[in-house]
Design a protein. Sequence first.
Length: 248
Amino acid sequence: MLEIRNLHARVEEKEILKGVNLTIRDGEIHALMGTNGAGKSTLSNVIVGNPRYEVTEGEIIFNGQNLLEMTADERANAGIFMSFQMPVEIPGVSMTNFMKAAVNARRKARGEEPMKAGDFIKMMKEKRELVEIDQKLIKRSVNEGFSGGEKKRNEIFQMAMLEPTFCILDETDSGLDVDALRIVATGFNKLRTEKTSAMVITHYQRLLDYIKPDIVHVLIDGKIVKTGGPELAVKIENEGFDFVMQNA
């Protein structure tokens, strides 16, 4: 599904990624861990096409397409979704109108007709119930006045509505208590299929207790220095990143 080859990237003239290689196949969940400033969020922003980040070398292939030749909109319409660490508020734009515009933009990119109003309302109800999001939140402006947990849950709801094939969860566990974390992770797990894949960025093992990764990578100073199974995340939780850097 996703193949990253020798990826180098910088932001504001500072090189952050220094040769990342990563392959994610259909149905796989990969966890990406690392110290602050290692390049985890930079990698996710490069994948989704944030214009602040400049790729200086390497390539990203997504389902046979050269991702670096696509705009951010084209990448989203191709099936890439990112749940942000700090979701933004959009005052004055209702969740219903926001999601209707997003869903129909994707349908247009696929050459499909806009979804009929009745079908859209039915879909919203089904997805809302699937991820356990309160109907009251859907009637408000996007993220306006939402708690941290509500914002993260709303991100999972958006994921459910857009039905992406590749999801990036960028520190979704940040600021969540145990109950909110469980609800968000459960919602994500309900959306998994054999054809969907994900990259889960986290500092901690606790999220991975709910979202079970197939493979765990450690990113240090812009490079993946160690890869292993779920047990690698447990070892990091117990011993920190020092043992990784000592054995890199």
